[in-house]
Design a protein around this ligand. Structure first.
Ligand SMILES: NC(=O)c1ccc[n+]([C@@H]2O[C@H](COP(=O)([O-])OP(=O)(O)OC[C@H]3O[C@@H](n4cnc5c(N)ncnc54)[C@H](O)[C@@H]3O)[C@@H](O)[C@H]2O)c1
Length: 327
């Protein structure tokens, strides 16, 4: 698909981050956009930003939908058909995601399954629901967001990261397998797999609300205790901090994840859309993602050893103390 003008694009998780930037850039080119999210407030901001930058006549619709609930995804699809008066769409970005569910030991099963539900079932239900609409278009493109954690199940030694990694590996396998399924059954529909490294978004700030957890600022002393233990286990110097200092520190780390990243959400969205235009099935987003891909392929046995992370950090990648999956 060489240009997006007049095309209809569906984006899950359009409230903030890469989903918002994809929506803005598509709308700026005159693409019609339907976003969904669990945050009405964030979607209203995205919609206003899209409309501000879009040519006249561009439609932008926003839909409340939890992508881990198939009924809600089907209702979202029906609303898109109705509000865009269409029986087809040209682009589907299964982008919504959250962190969390790191450990089978210290996190609840409920949280684990919530993270897996959003990151895997969200992509699966989104694909199932919208595939017939992509097939009904003269040309279509499905874009599923995985992560570097779709080929490297780690944030570094000492940080359990199981639910997110399991979901992102599933997204990668599913999306790669769809290449042949689509070539056989719907050759006018292309598919891409997006694997970002560290991108500056609100994912760490947004995750607690989606998991039904308090934000760092709202945590009680009791809720802070296990967090403090885990951070200490990871070698972070939290022992001498008061509860308020710990709350402020956690908030700061979540903001730093957004504000001190090597790549902005807008730059990431541009790379993703360039990949779609070129028909690339494998879109690695960021120099850290490319380096990790090289390193894991070159020496997979080393991928979970401390030396691997040291080498990655020595090259200037993934050097923030907290990344998604953390508190
Ligand atoms: N930021 C990174 O460094 C990074 C790295 C690799 C992969 N990713 C992936 O990129 C995608 C986009 O994330 P982002 O970094 O832009 O984060 P983000 O939090 O800024 O955006 C994700 C959006 O999805 C929404 N969302 C969460 N749960 C939802 C649900 N159940 N239903 C509908 N919407 C929901 C959030 O409200 C948010 O608006 C995610 O799949 C994420 O896992 C991000």
């Amino acid at each position: 698909m060489k240009d997006f003008r007049g095309k209809i694009a569906v984006i899950t998780g359009g409230g903030t981050g890469m989903g918002r930037e994809l929506a803005k850039q598509l709308a700026a080119e005159g693409g019609h956009v339907a976003i969904c999210d669990v945050s009405a407030e964030h979607m209203a901001e995205t919609k206003a930003l899209c409309e501000k930058g879009a040519p006249k006549g561009t439609r932008v619709t926003a839909h409340l939908c939890d992508v881990s609930d198939e009924k809600q995804v089907l209702a979202f699809r029906d609303a898109v058909k109705r509000e865009h008066a269409t029986d087809h769409v040209h682009l589907v970005f299964n982008n919504a995601g959250i962190a969390g569910g790191g450990s089978l030991f210290s996190d609840s099963r409920e949280e684990w399954e919530r993270t897996f539900g959003v990151c895997w079932y969200g992509v699966y239900y989104g694909t199932r629901a919208f595939l017939p609409l992509l097939v009904a278009a003269p040309e279509g493109h499905l874009v599923n967001t995985s992560s570097v954690n779709g080929f490297w199940a780690s944030l570094g030694p000492g940080i359990p990261h199981t639910a997110y990694s399991a979901a992102k590996f599933a997204v990668k396998g599913f999306t790669e397998a769809l290449i042949n399924d689509l070539r056989v059954n719907a050759p006018h529909v292309a598919v891409s797999l997006v694997m970002p490294g560290h991108v500056g978004t609100s994912i760490v700030l947004n995750t607690p609300a989606v998991l039904g957890r308090p934000s760092p600022k709202e945590m009680t002393a009791e809720e802070l205790r296990p967090v403090r233990e885990r951070l200490a286990q990871r070698g972070l110097p939290v022992g001498a901090l008061s509860d308020d200092q710990l709350r402020a520190g956690m908030q700061q780390m979540a903001e730093d994840f957004r504000d001190k990243a090597p790549l902005s959400a807008a730059a990431a969205a541009t790379l993703i859309l360039d990949g779609v235009r070129k028909g690339t099935w494998r879109i690695l987003v960021g120099e850290d993602a490319k380096e990790l891909d090289r390193m894991v392929r070159y020496a997979p046995e080393r991928a979970y050893e401390p030396g691997f992370m040291e080498e990655l950090r020595a090259k200037g990648h993934l050097d923030l103390p907290l990344t998604p999956g953390d508190e």
